[in-house]
Design a protein. Structure first.
Length: 277
């Protein structure tokens, strides 16, 4: 799942609105109970079928309640097929179809937390912050300590500007999983936007220590040092990011940082450091 873009492949997240929606077009349909055909013409016969995008943006369902019976092996296998199909659609940027397929997967196997996190994250990528939040919160109703759901929800909060909620969520995630580089990285970005530069530096360094080959935490460390009035440390951290990925020498490349949780102001600070290196 893409919590970092481009050069970084994210661990453990790849998102619940569990809408009871069947796939469209090439999406396989599930067996439906037969019912008598109406004898009178209905106005709905002239109504166009909803598109996958309309389906994907439908209201969220009622909160999760644990099923009385665990899905059968065959049902779980069918859910897995929908989940894989959703991931393939998402990789193609076809978010409407991806969400519809992932909703089918969650409907069939609502106890599969990975499926819920994948759905929630896909909603986030589609710009549906409210629906993504609801889905991921429902996953946490089932397991309040599920770190992938916490990581995903914390990023949704961060990108949506809910900085205190992002800090609370990621703090719980790193407490539960101390080697959680994703959590520390996003804590750094949140603390930086809250102008707690000491907290931003400490958490960025934790992320760097845990994954020294990833340039994103180094860029987070650089902007924290810069706004903490330490340009030498900022330039040193940014040069290390360039050493890992020379694309950071180019201004146009920095736009992708928005996908990595950076705000426009943080991207502008990054560009200022880039020019100073």
């Amino acid at each position: 799942m893409l919590l970092y873009p481009l050069s970084k492949k994210i661990k453990g997240i790849t998102i619940t609105g569990v809408l009871l929606i069947l796939g469209c077009n090439n999406t396989p349909t599930l067996p439906q109970p037969t019912s008598p055909q109406p004898t009178e013409t209905s106005n709905s016969e002239n109504t166009p079928a909803p598109t996958p995008e309309q389906i994907a943006k439908a209201p969220l369902p009622k909160p999760y309640t644990k099923p009385a019976v665990k899905p059968s092996a065959a049902t779980q296998a069918e859910a897995a097929q929908y989940r894989q199909q959703g991931l393939e659609y998402r990789a193609q940027g076809r978010y409407g179809k991806a969400i519809a397929a992932l909703q089918n997967s969650v409907r069939l196997d609502p106890q599969n937390l990975s499926g819920q996190v994948i759905l929630g994250w896909t909603l986030h990528l589609d710009g549906q912050a409210e629906n993504a939040t609801g889905v991921l919160q429902q996953a946490l109703v089932q397991d309040a300590d599920h770190v992938p759901a916490l990581n995903a929800l914390g990023i949704v909060y961060l990108v949506d500007g809910q900085l205190e909620a992002a800090v609370d969520t990621h703090t719980k995630a790193v407490t539960l999983q101390p080697d959680n580089e994703i959590g520390y990285y996003n804590l750094s970005l949140a603390y930086h936007r809250l102008e707690d530069y000491g907290g931003a530096i400490a958490n960025a360094q934790q992320a760097v220590d845990r994954e020294p080959g990833n340039p994103h935490p180094l860029v987070a460390l650089a902007i924290a040092h810069w706004d903490n009035q330490d340009p030498a440390a900022a330039q040193q951290a940014y040069q290390r990011a360039i050493d890992l990925d020379p694309s950071y020498q180019d201004s146009w490349f920095l736009d992708h940082l928005q996908q990595a949780g950076f705000s426009p102001e943080q991207i502008q600070t990054t560009d200022t450091i880039r020019q100073a290196v």
